[in-house]
Every structure is written in C-alpha cells, then in structure tokens.
Design a protein around this ligand. Structure first.
Ligand code: ADP
Length: 450
C-alpha cells in the first residue's frame, strides 16, 4: 500500500521549479518577440520618414531653384511648406559664400543672415548628395536632412536643411511597447492562474488514486471476510438443523424456541455474507451469467410461492396478477431469481398492510415484470439514491426494518449483465412499483408483438 502510493508522490519542489520556469521563460519569450517587433516597426517608420524627407527636399529644390535670388518669396515658400507639413519643424535655405554658409531663408526669421556650418552640411555640399542624421536635443528628437541644390553646371548654389520631428514614431512605438507590456502582464496572470488550478488538479488526481486504492483495499477486505465467514455460518446452520431435527435428543420448548431464533439469525447472517460476496464478485467481474430463453411466468410464480409464508406472517396479499403467458425472456434464471427475491422481498418488507402484486407484460422487444406494493413508498428525494451501494432510506417508518442497502444495487448490476433494466416509481404513503425490463426471447419475437 505504502509502495504503490509513493509511486504517485507529489513533489512540491519540482512543481515550484516548473512553475517558476514557466513564469520566467514564457514572459521572456513574449518580451523578446515584442522587442523584435518594435525594432522592425521603428525601422520601417524611419525608412518611411527618410524617404518622405528626401521627397520634401526634391519638391522644395524644384520650387526654390527659380526663387533662389528672391529672398522674400523664398521665405514665404518655406513658411507655407512648414505649415503644410506637421512633422517638418524647421526649414532653412543657406547659400555658400566666401564667408561660409549664410542662412538665406529660415522658419526662424531671426537667424537670416547668420553664418552656420556643420560637418553634415560640408559633407552634403562636397559630395553633392543629401545627408540625413538623427539628432537628440534634450527630450526633443528629430531627423536633420541636408539637401544640396545644384545649378545646370552641377555647382552647389544652395543647401536645404530640414528638421523632421520623430514625435509620431516615438509615440507610436511607445504605444506598441505599452501594449506589449500589458499583454505580458495578462500572460503572466493567466500562467499563474493555470499553474494554481493545475496544482489543484494534480492534487485531486493523487487524492482520487489514493481513494481508489482505499476502495480496493476495502473491497478486498469484504471479499476475504465474507469468504471466511461463510464456512462457520454454514457449520452453525447445520448444527441448528441437527438440534431441531432431534439428532442430539429431544429439546425442551424453551430451548427449541432459542435454537429457532439462533437459526433465523444465522440465516440472516448467511444472506448478508452472500450479498457481500456477490458485491465483490460483481466488482471483480467474477460473476458468471448464463443466459437462456425461458418463460418467465413459472419463475415469478415460484418466487412468489417461496415468499408466501413471509407475506402471511404480515397478513399481506402476495399474488401473481398478470397474464398467463408464456413470456419468453433471454436471461440467467438463477440470477433473475435472486433479483426477483430481492425486489418482491422488498415489497413485503416495506409494506405494512395491503398487497404486493406481480404482473408480466411485453411489447415487441422486451418483457416487463412489474412488482407493485401498497407500502410506505419512497420520497422523490430518496428515489435518486436508491441504487447506490449500501444506501438505505432512514426515517421513522424504516428505522426498525433490517437491511443492508445492497439489494437494489445488486439487482441493477445483475440485470445490467443480462441486458436488463430496472425502474422505480413510488409515492410516499401510497406505494411503490418496480419495473424490470428484459430482452424478449427469439421464440417470442417470432410470434410477433402481443
Ligand atoms: P435494503 O437492504 O435496505 O432493503 P435495498 O437496496 O434493497 O436495501 O433498498 C434500498 C432502500 O430502498 C431501502 O432501504 C428502502 O428504504 C428503499 N426501498 C426499496 N424497496 C422499497 C419498497 N418496495 N418500498 C419502499 N422502500 C423501498
């Protein structure tokens, strides 16, 4: 027992390790994925912005080439261009002179006439190609593009300097990063919840396995105990029979009464042991069922006859109240007898006055045996649990009635092995009807439905 349970031992450390690994690895993968995506997104946006800047440079170049000598119209042109382009924050036109690069027109008018030169401008003029660089000034970030303007003889006559704000890109990628982190938090939460429920599920599995083992140990114990009890009980009953037969001499009236009582109790004990043995046989699949085709009416009548003395003791009417038959069923007659003894016996046990009547009928597929009593009945609430093993209805009316709660369970299990079914309809204080349905024998099928 101890060995088999340790096989399923729950290792909290390993669970914790897996849990932590999962909480770290999965979010890490998500972060990496998000970072790669954000980088790619930024690259695409940057390329797009660079392209846009070159385009603006080309347009501005074509526009300013004719106005290069007219600073006023040049100034209004750049003002208009900046107005139409929200990302364009600064636009400067400089002219190369002997003193250096002089600002000719600018969005910031106060800088007109100022000589200003930087490395990028020198490179752009020298190579006669546009130069773009990203500049960070405090929290402000922008692209600075230098675009040289040449005349017909390929001489640089002006330089366009543009500042393109990266605010849109930055806020877009900021949003993307924020969204990825939100997603990450959600994933971590889901993982934690999954882990929590998984651990519980795992514990339930172990618990379930342990319960199964305990249940099996209990079944094994019942099986062994019942086997061991059967022999001494049989011996006791044999001795009681010999005593009552007078084999050991004549008994006084009082002794005889006592032996009769002991014999009845031994019989009850023997029935209980037999029930318990049947339970373990059924559970271990060791019960043998030999189906055959036979008329069920004589069997029902026989069971009724065997229980007649019990009915008379309680002044109950016990009778067969159906058609003569024959009703051919496919079933094991020995097991069906056990079922009928259980169910008709219950009718007598739980009826105080009135009758227990049995009838048989059939449709074109099945034979139905109905056992109807005028007994104490069963509440709707209790009816749900009647077929549970060891279940007994305990109330004022049943408290003095002896039973094990195994009869209905055994009956249903045995019927199932014979492709049979059992149903109970009952009204408290009115009575109960138990219906047993069995497959119709071929001999009867050939005759067609009744
Ligand atoms: P028991 O050994 O207790 O009779 P059963 O499995 O045969 O066990 O029946 C289970 C319970 O169903 C009984 O305890 C009883 O309360 C109820 N029961 C069964 N048959 C009848 C009946 N004909 N009338 C009223 N109650 C019944």
């Amino acid at each position: 027992m101890r060995n088999s349970s340790s096989k399923y031992s729950f290792n909290p450390n390993r669970q914790l390790f897996y849990g932590i690994a999962l909480v770290i690895i999965v979010p890490l993968l998500v972060v990496l994925n998000s970072l790669v995506l954000v980088r790619q997104f930024n690259e695409i946006l940057t390329r797009e912005q660079h392209r846009q800047a070159i385009l603006i440079g080309q347009i501005t170049e074509s526009l300013i080439s004719e106005k290069i000598d007219d600073p006023n119209s040049l100034q209004s042109l750049i003002q208009e261009t900046v107005l139409n382009n929200s990302e364009l924050t600064d636009l400067i036109i400089s002219k190369p002179t002997e003193d250096g690069l002089v600002i000719w027109a600018s969005t910031n008018r106060s800088r007109i006439g100022v000589v200003e030169e930087n490395t990028a401008a020198v490179v752009a003029i020298k190579n006669k190609r546009s130069v773009a660089q990203r500049v960070a000034e405090g929290t402000k970030q922008y692209w600075e593009i230098q675009y040289p303007v040449t005349n017909a003889t390929q001489e640089v006559v002006a330089l366009i300097t543009m500042h393109l704000s990266t605010a849109t890109i930055d806020s877009e990628s900021g949003n993307l990063i924020f969204q990825s982190f939100m997603m990450l938090a959600l994933i971590v939460l889901v993982i934690i919840l999954l882990l929590a429920s998984n651990t519980r599920l795992f514990q339930y599995t172990i618990l379930y396995k342990r319960l199964q083992e305990i249940d099996k140990a209990k079944d094994d114990f019942i099986s062994i105990a019942s086997h061991e009890l059967r022999t001494p009980i049989t011996a006791m009953r044999n001795y009681f029979s010999l005593l009552l037969d007078g084999t050991f001499g004549k008994l006084s009236k009082k002794t005889k009464e006592s032996v009769i009582m002991m014999n009845e109790n031994a019989l009850r004990l023997s029935n209980l042991v037999e029930d318990l043995l049947n339970v373990s046989r059924l559970q271990q699949g060791r019960i043998s069922i030999t189906p055959e085709e036979f008329d069920v009416v004589p069997l029902v009548r026989d069971v009724i006859a065997s229980l007649q003395s019990t009915a008379q003791e309680k002044c109950l009417e016990l009778c067969f109240d159906g058609e003569k038959g024959p009703f051919i069923v496919i079933a094991d007659p020995v097991r069906l007898r056990q079922v009928l003894v259980n169910i008709i016996g219950n009718g007598l046990k739980y009826t105080n006055k009135g009758s227990v009547k049995t009838s048989v009928e059939s449709d074109n597929r099945r034979v139905i045996i109905k056992i109807k009593d005028t007994g104490i009945g069963i509440s709707a609430e209790d009816q749900h649990r009647l077929f549970e093993k060891f279940y007994r209805v305990i109330n004022r009316k049943t408290q003095n009635i002896i039973g094990t709660g195994l009869g209905l369970w055994l009956s249903r299990e045995m019927l199932m092995l014979m492709s049979g079914k059992v149903f109970i309809e009952s009204i408290e204080n009115v009575g109960t009807q138990v219906s047993i349905s069995l497959p119709l024998g071929k001999k009867d099928l050939d005759k067609g439905s009744r």
